[in-house]
Design a protein. Sequence first.
Lengths: 80, 253
Amino acid sequence: MNPSEFYLKLDEMLELPAGTLQGNEVLEQLEGWDSVAVITFIAMADSEFGAMLPPKEIAACHSVSDLADLVARHVPAPTR
Amino acid sequence: MHNPFQLDGRTILVTGASSGIGKSTAVLLSQLGARVLLLARNQAKLEQTAALLEGSGHRIAVFDLAGLDEISSRLAELVDQTGPLHGLVHCAGVGSLMPLRMLTMAHLDAVMRVNFQAAVALTTAFCRKPMHQARASVVLVASVAGLLGVPARSAYSASKGAVIAFARSAALEMAKSGVRINCVAPAFVKTEMYADSLGALTPEQLERLIQTTQPMGLGDPVDVANAIAFLLADTGRWITGSVLAVDGGYTAQ
């Protein structure tokens, strides 16, 4: 998974102009990052990247790049 | 001793009988003397439920309720084998958290199909004369989400609200023929579906959610099963078109 592709998806999800998120943003300070956004994020990670995210690991994320790393870790290996 | 909840000699179909509220309901109804017909998609799980039942004469029927067009004929086949039914309980349901931004028509269709359309197909088939006995009772499992708004639950809420509205009108239509139609509206209950649908939350977040929404805490499936039995038995004989909230205080707030 390409991080910049992921940041663009997250921009879209949070209704931010494309290219806004760079990875170093702190989630707690990110406008629109609330409990419904977390649920939306889980559904988005599944539908866009096939990643099933454990809620505990999302709760442990502090920045946007942590989210990208988390999704990358949970993207299923390609099947042959 | 007189027990107004007794269901001896009654034959009752329970959908979603492989887990959660359906499983608990099937077990309780058998303990009250009913012959129970267990319906769900998964044969192995149905057999596990069947092994927990008291009494004899119970049957299992493996069927996916998403096949709406077959519901009527499958019910007729079942009734051919068992004789007309005294009761129907629709517990089968689906529901996951789905915020508006991710809500697709395919998701909405899947939720409405099992939660609402299958409830309608089952009830209409059940209400035909050869399918039911005199003074029969239908209980549809709705949800507090059908009565109140819940974020990220709009499709699920709509499906359960539709069930409640359907039950009220159907109850009026069937009142003269003696078939009663009611809903129970549970809040969060300790089931697999609850665990799946709230998989987005950590255990700590879940505990906080339950504390703020349900003053009496998380429910047990048997709490809902008890309410269903009450509506099926003669205890509910003057109740139709109603919604019984079984919710630990959720809707009182």
